[in-house]
Design a protein around this ligand. Structure first.
Ligand SMILES: *Cc1c(COP(=O)(O)O)cnc(C)c1O
Length: 397
């Protein structure tokens, strides 16, 4: 999509790229400051103090707070238009920390094709502690209302979802949730704050797998939580320290480095994806393309209202059967068959045998995950080369 759309969504005082590059990385130019223009990696696990009751610089022990992690957290809070952010050792560590806000007897409404790992920690761990989950398809508050119970405390959204790119109206769901004292959580991994800002749309909590676009180079596993409300920030900060699955200083540095080029990368992911979507949509061996910019997509109107672009992840269905899908994938030369998304390299995933292999075949069919469904994560290479690779592999089936 046109990146100029960003201007309308962008409520930053400065430009998004300026904040992405500067916030948290301001050089220390005071007497004795070294003036680094990138954040130093503070490896110290503990911090000495000159006065017993006042830790020098505010740091005491690295699990509770570390200057490199704090720099990243400051940056994330600004990019999502929040007031506080928390960095974790993976996306799932962040998700687990949000779930620690719940207690026995609470009910959570969760979008049905939520990330597999999110469903797993909810059903295999938190259900055991007496938290109840409903997984359902809903696009707005009216749909969601059907699944709300007296004890519903949280609504969990991903938009777009994975792999079918379903869309949820964040503003509509958050508003009615707020009226009923329910927290709305949005996993914003796919769009990133460059394209979509859930807190501005009324959500209470944003989570990210920073393993994906925010770090962006297939070399960091990381997660984060961003909030606006100070009471919520206090509770989450408590659990970040209490549970301890914090992001290391080195990985904090790496994510911060990735974020400096987030705008450029997201623009290229989006542009490349539009070119590939156009190519695939016209190809006779492609049955269907799932992307929210396609006018026949059921979430199209909502999608373009709440996000100014969608990055590089989408899916499509081939004609033929499982064997055609395997032949096609194994014929690719430039595009790698691999899990994950949001990387510099283009990756292809076969949900039926990879990310969604745990979902029973009947259930997969019901959700719409066919044996010939493939998910692409378009990287930032040259679009012509990606199209060339897809084209030669399509010719093989
Ligand atoms: C990858 C992913 C996660 C999990 O993050 P990890 O960093 O792998 O723990 C959660 N949500 C979404 C949407 C993801 O793509």
């Amino acid at each position: 999509m046109d990146s100029n759309n960003m201007a309308k969504n962008n409520k930053h005082k400065r430009g998004f790229a300026t904040d992405a590059i500067h916030v948290g990385s301001e050089p220390n130019l005071k007497d004795g400051g070294s003036g680094d223009v990138v954040v130093p990696i503070h490896l110290s696990t503990t911090f000495a103090r000159s006065k017993l009751k006042e830790p020098t610089g505010g740091y005491a022990y690295s699990r509770s707070g570390n200057p490199t992690r704090a720099a990243l957290e400051k940056n994330l809070a600004v990019l999502e238009n929040g007031t506080a952010a928390f960095a974790y050792s993976s996306g799932l560590a962040a998700i687990t920390n949000v779930a620690l806000l719940l207690k026995s007897g609470d009910h959570v409404l969760c979008i049905d094709d939520v990330y597999g790992g999110t469903r797993r920690i909810f059903t295999r761990a938190f259900e055991k502690f007496g938290v109840e989950f409903t997984f359902a398809e809903f696009i707005n508050a009216k749909d969601a209302q059907k699944f709300i119970k007296k004890n519903t405390k949280m609504i969990w959204i991903e938009t777009p979802t994975n792999p079918l790119m379903k869309i949820v109206d964040i503003a509509s769901v958050s508003k009615s949730a707020k009226d009923n004292g329910i927290l709305t959580v949005v996993d914003n991994t796919f769009c990133t704050p460059y394209f979509q800002k859930p807190l501005d749309l009324g959500a209470d909590i944003v989570v990210h797998s920073m393993t994906k676009y925010l770090s962006g180079h297939s070399d960091v596993t990381a997660g984060s939580i961003i909030v606006k409300d100070s009471k919520l920030a206090e509770k989450i900060g408590f659990f970040q320290n209490a549970a301890g699955c914090i992001l290391s200083p080195f990985d904090s540095y790496s994510v911060l480095r990735g974020i400096k080029t987030l705008e450029l990368r997201m623009q290229k992911h989006d542009k490349n994806t539009m070119d590939v979507v156009e190519f695939l949509s016209k190809h006779k061996k492609v049955k269907k393309v799932y992307h929210p910019t396609i006018p026949t997509h059921p979430g199209h109107e909502v999608a373009i209202k709440q996000a100014s672009g969608f990055g590089g992840t989408f899916s499509f269905e081939l004609v033929g059967d499982l064997d055609s899908a395997i032949k096609f994938m194994e014929s690719l030369r430039l595009i790698y068959i691999a899990e994950s998304l949001g990387d510099q390299v283009t990756l292809i995933n076969h949900p039926a045998t990879m990310t969604h292999a745990d979902v029973p075949p009947d259930e997969r069919k019901k959700i719409g995950i066919a044996d010939t469904l493939l998910r692409l994560s378009i990287g930032i290479e040259d679009a012509e080369d990606l199209i060339g690779d897809l084209s030669q592999a399509l010719d093989k089936i």
